[in-house]
Design a protein around this ligand. Structure first.
Ligand code: SAH
Ligand code: SF4
Length: 344
């Protein structure tokens, strides 16, 4: 049995069924989630005999760290193998005092966005909630006390709203003080534009930040580069965003991958401003991160800066995202599975 797959109530029951005092469950929760501990031997306030019994009958986590790569900019990419032999990746980025972990929600992705390496490799399976949570536990266990994880973005492999039940459970563990206790304001779910998922999260919560990968301003272009647009065309997507409940001072982030000769004209920038009208929003401009075999090219600096100027003049904050970890294929849209490690 995997302990991270249990809720706190289930863990209490598991401990009670063994005839042990209930505070042992609390101690275990602390070690697993607050301390990010992956080894029973380190749980020093738990008697050795009990640690041995637990080690014989259970495992703390199910993910196995298969490889770790470090970029020249400090970004780290972890490759994990899952119990059934699939692989996923998470990426840890450092920016000032922020330590942001980008986690995967699926092994692969079925959405097939044409500019994304994850999309081009196809879908393997949904991740269980504990497989999503464990990616953060590995990082928490390694960072020094006082320099813990500050932010989590669900922007790794996979589309969160295609696996929303498990994602919701993972979000609960990320935010609840009994588990990882990370503030909801520091967690972001990114979707390729599943309007039904946006509405569901708006209705049922949790009220974490929402990012929408828009990437085009007309259905004609978006249909070609993001197949999800046939299910939820731009008008429907923007309507869901307009109705999304936002707390004061909070915004929806729109991700916009800059593709040369596809979506980067001044006309696009003006259309984008019109689409965002009435939505408290911020646009992240992401110069395309290339990968071998991609048929797209990154927009020129001139076009990116021109696009940015129009957005800013129109009153929309539009930072150009620095690509992190590109030298180890850890940047947006470059996550794949084990194969990439044998290629490097
Ligand atoms: N499936 C979700 C989250 C993972 S993708 C989504 O699509 O939002 C995370 C981000 O990477 C998205 O904003 C996507 O548009 C961007 N992306 C995908 N491929 C990219 C590439 N080759 N270069 C730059 N960004 C890319
Ligand atoms: Fe999947 Fe997001 Fe990549 Fe599209 S951009 S293929 S939704 S991971």
């Amino acid at each position: 049995m995997t302990l991270t797959s249990l809720s706190s109530e289930e863990l209490r029951k598991f401990i009670a069924d063994k005839g042990l005092p209930v505070y042992r469950a609390k101690q275990l929760l602390h070690w697993i989630y607050t301390a990010g501990c992956g080894d029973f031997n380190e749980m020093l306030n738990i008697p050795k005999a009990l640690r041995c019994t637990l080690a014989k009958t259970t495992v703390i986590r199910s993910l196995r760290l298969a490889a770790r790569m470090k970029s020249t900019d400090g970004t780290e990419k972890n490759l994990f193998s899952l119990k059934d032999g699939e692989f996923i990746e998470s990426v840890l980025m450092f920016e000032g005092s922020r330590r942001t972990l980008c986690v995967s929600t699926q092994a692969g992705c079925a959405m097939g966005c044409k500019f994304c390496l994850t999309g081009s490799t196809g879908f393997k399976r949904n991740l269980a909630a504990h497989e999503i949570v464990e990616q953060a536990l590995f990082t928490r266990g390694r960072l020094l006390p006082g320099s813990d994880l500050t932010n989590i973005v669900l922007m790794g492999m996979g589309e969160p709203f295609e696996n929303f039940e498990n994602v919701r459970e993972a979000l609960m563990k990320f935010t609840s003080p009994a588990y990882l206790g990370i503030s909801k304001r520091r967690i972001t779910v990114s979707t390729c534009g599943n309007a039904a998922g946006i509405r569901e999260m708006g209705r049922l919560g949790p009220d974490v930040n929402l990012a929408v990968s828009l990437n085009a301003t007309t259905d004609k272009v978006r249909d070609k580069i993001m197949p999800i647009n046939k299910r939820f065309p731009i008008s429907e997507l923007m309507a869901a965003c307009r109705e999304f409940p936002l707390n004061p001072h909070r915004k929806i982030t729109f991700e916009y991958v800059m593709l040369k000769d596809i979506n980067d004209t001044q006309k696009d920038a003006k259309r984008l401003l019109r689409l965002l009208n009435g939505i408290p929003s911020k646009v992240n401009l992401i110069p395309l991160n290339p990968y071998a075999g991609s048929r797209f090219t990154r927009s020129t600096d001139k076009n990116i800066l021109g696009f940015q100027s129009l957005l800013v003049e129109g009153g929309v904050e539009a930072p150009i995202r620095k690509s992190k970890g590109a030298d180890i294929s850890a940047a947006c849209g470059q996550l794949k599975n084990s194969k990439i490690y044998s290629e490097v």
